[in-house]
Structure formats: C-alpha cells, structure tokens
Design a binder for this molecule. Structure first.
Ligand code: HEM
Ligand SMILES: *[C@@H]1O[C@H](CO)[C@@H](O)[C@H](O)[C@H]1NC(C)=O
Ligand SMILES: *[C@@H]1O[C@H](CO)[C@@H](O)[C@H](O)[C@H]1NC(C)=O
Length: 446
C-alpha cells in the first residue's frame, strides 16, 4: 500500500505487455494512432520511384519475400550480425532483394510522424500497394496491425520462396500451402509486369527451352552469356514491353511464349492455368481486381498480432544488442543463438550516438556482466529523468521503453517527464489521516 500508485503503473505496464488486441488485421488499425501514416509512406515511395522507376517493383517484391517466409512479420529486414543470421543473404534475396534503403527512409519518416507505433511489416505492405498504384496499377485498402518478429530464418527463406525453376504443379502447391489459390498464383505472378531479373535466373530458359519465342531468346542471349561468370547479374525486363507500368502485358507475353522466367511460362504451357492467363490478357480489369484481392490475401499470411512480436522502433536494419537482466547465460543456450530466451531482452541499437554498445559486446562472453546506468544522465539521483529518457527512446531495457511505446501508459510517462512533483507525489502514499508519507522503499541517503 506504501507504493500503491507505483503498483498501478506496474500493473498497467503488465496489462500492456499482455494485451491481446484484436488478432485480426484491420484497415483502420492506425487511424487514430498515426493519422498521417498513409500520406507519409506514399510521398516517400513516390519520390523513390521518381528517382528510379524500378524501385516500385523492388518494394513490391520485398513484401512478397517477407510474407512467404513464416508470414508477413518484417523478418526479411533484419540484418545479419556476427551472432545472428537473417534472411537478406538467403539464396532468393542475396544480390537480388533491393530497396532496403528506401524502406529505412519510409520507416524514419513514419517514426517522425508517430514514434514507435507502426510496424515494419505493415510499412512493407503499404509500400507494396503504393508502388503498384503509382506505376499505374490498382489500389486497395491495406489491412494493418502486423507486429514485427524478433527472429528470422535463413533456412526458411531458402526453402519458402519459390525459385524460377519450379513447374506449375510445384508453384500451385507452394501457394496453396499458404492459403493462396491457383488463381491467386496467376494474379500475383502478374507482378512480373514490372521489374527486372538477373541473367542467372533466366539463363537455362533462354538457352535450353523450346517454349520461348526465338527472337526473344536471341535478344536475351546477347546480354546473358551461356556460361556463368561475369554476366550473371546482367538485367533484363520481366515484361519486355512495358517494364515500368503495371498493366496486363505480362499475360499477353505469356500467350506469345515470351515469358522470361521458366516459372512465368509455366502458367501458360498447356496446363490448367492457361484459361486464367487468357482471361487476364484479355481484360486488364479482371487482372487488376483479382490482383488486389490476392495481395490482400498474401498480406494475411500468418501475421503476428496482439502481444506477439514487437513494433521495431528505430530503423529496419537492426543490430540486436543484449542486456543481461538476471540469469546465467549458460541457461540461455549455446553461444550465438538468437537472444530471445528468458532473462534476456532484445533492444534495437540506438540511432543516436550513445556509447552503450562500446561496453556491451554483441556476442555472449566476457562482457555479459558489464554494467550500464538505467538512467543515462543521473543514475544516482532520484529525479524524473528516467521518464525523459523514455520519451527520447532512450530507455535501457525493453520493459522500460514499453511504458512509452504508443500504449496506454504513455500519457503517464509524459506527465511524469514534465513534472517531477507529479511523479514524486504519485510515489508517495497517504497515511490514515491523509498526510503524505515518504515511501519506505525510497532511500534519501544517509
Ligand atoms: C510464382 C512464383 C515466383 C517466382 C518463381 C518468382 C521469381 C522471381 C525472380 C527469379 C525474379 C528475378 C530476381 C533477380 O533476378 O534478382 C523475380 C523478380 C520479381 N518478382 Fe517474382 N517470383 C514469383 C512470384 C512473385 C510474386 C508473388 C510477386 C509479388 C507479389 C513477385 C514480384 C516480383 C517483382 C516485382 C520482381 C522484380 C523486382 C525488381 O526489379 O527489383 N514475384 N521474381
Ligand atoms: C541457404 O542456402 C545457401 C546456398 O545453398 C547455403 O549456403 C546456406 O547455408 C543456406 N542457409 C541455411 C541456413 O540453410
Ligand atoms: C500514446 O502516444 C501516441 C503518440 O504520441 C498518441 O497518439 C496516443 O494517443 C497516446 N495514447 C494514449 C493512450 O495516451
């Protein structure tokens, strides 16, 4: 009872951590917490596409590569570190997935508008939609509310993103396994109406396959040498006609045996999807409305919601640092495992030049017991500076920063940061006559 208000804060923090907001994604998820979200993302995407048209394609593909690997959870964006292997260097992404710097730019613009509120996974979904729309394709209401994962899997990225060597039945079963229909497969493959592919992804097709228009084969061979080597990264447009506009010419190409990738031409090769390709090639509207629906379905793949995952705060390229709380590292599993066991908390690197990492090495070992002040400015004074640090995203522990992370306790944190008196009086307690008493747990020094 001496610390009932303090307990209230703890309880609030606990409830916040345990909250199970609706596990469904919703198009209005940020409408009150970040009303400027859509305009912020769109203007950043637009200026990136103005600089380089291909960027629209690259951003669209990032959302696909995020969603197909354990769901749309921002996993693709985690950087490799000495002790953590992410997905960026998995086979389908290495030298191929691009646009991460643009995503960083979007995220930092969004963080400026509404700090700590919007997940990276949601930003990928919005950027994909905006890219398609800006390049002339359909628009749709993006469902939001995904949270970001704290883990990633290179093995899953290697295995879950279909390679261009796949045949129709393999493509169908990969998509079906994720809840996407055969029609969704064909519609989503229409993404290849924009963007570029590297020689290494279409070399076998242009030299060996017979269901390829021979003059296109020749043209592509001129910039993609038969043997692997220096030409591997030479680019060719996935849609030979209009690679920077989101139209249905991809499907018209397929009907003329002008699909660039083996997997593209599989969609029109005498099989069950021929009729869908024909329908899309005849009607842009049929394609674009199916595409929008399929994108929404793809964005629904296994999102993290409620209290799962986190809202990654600063930039997307995150290097995880660890801070020992209380447990013996030996109980946490072997050195080099992702730092997510009990007793550890993960916290993104600070973007401002705080010297913390200099004393807390990225890997387990001799630095585990190095100390850092919980309040960076005045760790030996009982003041309200702790709350000021939270507002600047400088809380040391993840649990600290949770108190100011867009949730129900941020007003309290703000009030305490503005007024030491409010904070200290909430720390005090009343005796039976209504007089304040200094809580017993505060030592004022002796
Ligand atoms: C059906 C299975 C799919 C296969 C086998 C496949 C394969 C590929 C390959 C090999 C590339 C070229 C990558 C490179 O050379 O670096 C590529 C590019 C691309 N893919 Fe796919 N893809 C598939 C589905 C999708 C889906 C579902 C989307 C989006 C919803 C998508 C969007 C894109 C885009 C936009 C590009 C061009 C990226 C750029 O120019 O940076 N793809 N794809
Ligand atoms: C992913 O594939 C590459 C190339 O085969 C391989 O070197 C790498 O070890 C794989 N990653 C995992 C975690 O299996
Ligand atoms: C928390 O902070 C955000 C952004 O500063 C604000 O929009 C929101 O209304 C706050 N929530 C509460 C419950 O105070």
């Amino acid at each position: 009872m001496a610390s009932s208000s303090f307990m209230t804060i703890l309880t609030l923090a606990f409830l916040m951590l345990m909250r199970t907001t609706n596990a469904q994604l919703s198009t209005k998820f940020y409408s009150s917490s970040c009303p400027k979200l859509f305009s912020t993302v769109k203007s950043t995407v637009r200026s990136a596409i103005q600089k380089e048209t291909r960027m629209g394609a690259s951003l669209l593909r990032l959302h696909f590569h995020d969603c197909f690997v354990n769901g749309c959870d921002g996993s693709l964006l985690l950087d490799d570190t000495s002790s953590f292997t992410g997905e960026k260097n998995a086979v389908p992404n290495k030298n191929s997935a691009r646009g991460f710097n643009v995503v960083d730019k979007i995220k930092s613009a969004v963080e400026n508008a509404c700090p700590g509120v919007v997940s990276c996974a949601d930003i990928l979904a919005i950027a994909a939609r905006d890219s398609v729309t800006i390049l002339g394709g359909p628009s749709w209401d993006v469902k939001l509310g995904r949270r970001d994962t704290r883990t990633a899997s290179q093995a899953a990225a290697n295995n879950s993103i279909p390679p261009p060597t796949r045949n129709l039945n393999q493509l169908v079963s990969t998509f079906n396994a994720l809840g996407l229909s055969t029609r969704d497969l064909v519609a989503l493959s229409g993404s290849h109406t924009i963007g570029q592919a590297r020689c290494t992804t279409f070399r076998p097709r242009i030299y060996k396959e017979t269901n390829l228009d021979s003059s296109l084969a020749q043209t592509r061979q001129s910039n993609c040498p038969r043997t692997s080597g220096s030409g591997d990264n030479n680019l060719a447009p996935l849609d030979l006609k209009s690679p920077t506009s989101f139209d249905n010419s991809y499907f018209k190409n397929l009907i003329q045996n002008k699909g660039l990738l083996h997997s593209d031409q599989q969609l029109f090769n005498g099989g069950s999807t021929d009729s869908i390709v024909r329908a899309y090639s005849n009607s842009y509207n049929t394609f674009s409305s199916d595409f929008a629906k399929a994108m929404i379905k793809m964005g629904d793949i296994k999102p993290l919601t409620g209290s799962n995952g986190e809202i990654r705060k600063n930039f997307l390229t995150i290097i995880w640092t660890t801070h020992k709380i209380e447990q013996d590292p030996i109980q946490q599993g072997k050195q080099g495992a992702p730092y997510s066991g009990p007793g550890y908390t993960t916290r993104p690197t600070w973007t401002d030049p705080l010297p913390k990492e200099s004393n807390c090495p990225k890997t387990y070992g001799s630095g585990n017991n190095n100390l850092a002040p919980l309040d960076l400015q005045s760790p030996t004074v009982f003041d309200n500076h702790y709350y000021k640090t939270l507002i600047k995203n400088k809380g040391l522990l993840q649990s600290d920063e949770q108190l100011f992370d867009g949730g129900s306790t941020n007003a309290t944190v703000r009030a305490y940061s503005k007024s030491y008196d409010t904070f200290s009086s909430d720390c005090e307690s009343h005796d039976q006559d209504g007089r304040y008493q200094t809580p017993h747990w505060i030592s004022w020094g002796d």
